[in-house]
Design a protein around this ligand. Sequence first.
Ligand SMILES: [Zn+2]
Length: 127
Amino acid sequence: MAFGFPTIKRRLFAVTCKRCRRDVPSGRDEFPFQSVAVECPLCGELRRYLPSEVFLGRPDQLVLHQQRHGGRYQTLMLPLLKIAGGGKVHTKRDAVNELAAQFGVSEAGRKELLPSGKQEVFDTEVS
Ligand SMILES: [Zn+2]
């Protein structure tokens, strides 16, 4: 017998990453009755989560974005999260500048990127 529950399909068992506090998919289709090891697609934190920490919900949009776009996004997110975790308050502009510095993109280089629209992409991805 097939019972269709299309709305339930869109939700899955997720955990809240203990490092970046994003909701990430647990990778389990059914509720886990034992602790599960989950690696955060965003910050790479690998931890075990107790069943009580697993909930049925939607993962964070950033996580879904990361899963769709793979390594390129993580390349930006990892240093950004390190910057964010550094304790200092950063504006988005500060973060972009710091990222650009870490990736060796000079001020002149970034201005050159403007006409092609790549600067816009760079900005958008850390927002
Ligand atoms: Zn994380």
